[in-house]
Design a protein around this ligand. Structure first.
Ligand SMILES: [Zn+2]
Length: 371
């Protein structure tokens, strides 16, 4: 194992943040797997899974089982980790720009495609290497004027040429679920069967260019531009894994989740050995079929349904009560499906998102991610 640390260029004098990754395996070995956690710095399930995963990787290294190159960035957002206000961790939005830390990644295809116009070949393997080189060159010349931009570029410099990118997050209250594109469905299945995820939300472009999308969308965009002339394979699988809710942080669960990731890493041959996935595949449903449910008024939220429940269309999920006006309004499921995430707070503002249900039918497009 080796450790690398970079210092982010700072926006303020005498204040510097560092970003650290630990790497197992021979530099340049394939498959290259990049894992990070805590990009939303108020989400601790991912970093504790990363901690236990690293213990497994140390053991695998001692037994000579590391076949690829595996990076782990356990705290991917040193800026957000310092954002506490009045005893509460923030960490989802940058307090300076108010930008979500998991949006606005550079669109690599847009800034690298012209470099590829006259050099692609008829060989998909060679083209994969050429695309990775073009992405690296684009990142090297990216203009960076703020610390949050430098964080995004620093993370992408470590991850852009990976074969697999795992971005570990969590929701407020949630079941284990993940986001993936249509690029590598067999890998999505393997990951679900390895991790006990109950739901895979599938979408090629969700909007906002989150970290996971910033890795798969460029290959799809290059295929759209060059695919009739040159073969461009879906060379990178990336996912955002949502390790349940913010309070689902305990060593027993995280140890099992880390062991399950070892099963996945073995399945993709990043680790030598045999490990069969233990679980049933998740339901694969379109992100465009997952409506949010919004508060009908401000007040106190009480729930009539639990996260993980299968709900019917029109089912009352809970109520919002305003004890001043003494008005109590229900909120109902707009579609039948799986209630996979719920808001943390028991107070709400009118119009605030309260929960989300994964259904079968696509009825929305465009910017699909809540901020
Ligand atoms: Zn997150």
């Amino acid at each position: 194992m080796r450790t690398e640390t970079v210092t982010l260029p700072s926006d303020s004098p005498s204040t510097f943040r560092t970003l650290t990754r630990h790497v197992w395996g021979t530099p340049g070995a394939r498959p290259k797997v990049y894992t990070q956690a805590g990009l939303h710095a108020d989400e601790m399930p991912g970093p504790i899974v990363a901690h236990h995963l690293m213990t497994h990787l140390d053991a695998a290294e001692a037994k000579g089982r590391i076949a690829g190159e595996i990076s782990v960035v356990p705290f991917a957002n040193p800026i957000g980790l310092g954002h506490w206000i009045a005893h509460k961790p923030q960490g989802r939005q940058d307090l300076e720009s108010l930008q979500n830390f998991n949006r606005h990644y550079p669109e690599l295809a847009a800034i690298a495609a012209d470099d590829l116009e006259n050099c692609l070949t008829d060989d998909p393997v060679q083209n994969t290497a050429l695309v990775r080189q073009a992405f690296a060159a684009a990142l090297d010349r990216a203009s960076v004027t703020t610390e949050i931009q430098s964080l995004r570029i620093a993370l992408l410099k470590w991850s852009h040429d990976a074969d697999y990118v795992l971005d570990l997050h969590c929701d407020h209250f949630a079941i284990l679920h993940l986001y993936a594109s249509t690029a590598r469905p067999e890998i999505t299945c393997l990951l679900c069967q390895s991790t006990v995820a109950r739901l895979a939300l599938i979408q090629d472009v969700s909007g906002g260019n989150a970290f996971d999308e910033a890795h798969t969308a460029p290959w799809a965009a290059l295929r759209a531009r060059f695919g009739t002339r040159h073969p461009i394979p879906p060379a990178l699988f990336s996912t955002a894994l949502e390790y349940r809710g913010q309070f689902d942080v305990d060593d027993a669960t995280a140890t099992q989740d880390a062991a399950n990731l070892v099963t996945f890493l073995t399945g993709i041959c990043a680790l030598n050995g045999a490990a069969a996935p233990q679980y049933l595949d998740a339901r694969h449903l379109p992100l465009g079929g997952a409506p949010e449910v919004f508060a009908p008024q401000g007040g106190i939220v009480t729930w009539a349904a639990s996260v993980g429940a299968e709900v019917t269309e029109g089912q009352t999920l809970g109520h919002v009560t305003d004890p001043t006006s003494r008005i109590r309004l229900p909120f109902n499921a707009p579609v039948a499906g799986l209630l996979f995430r719920m808001e943390l707070w028991r107070s709400c503002l009118r119009g605030q998102s309260l929960c989300q249900i994964a259904g079968e039918t696509i009825f929305r497009s465009g910017d699909l991610m809540s901020d």
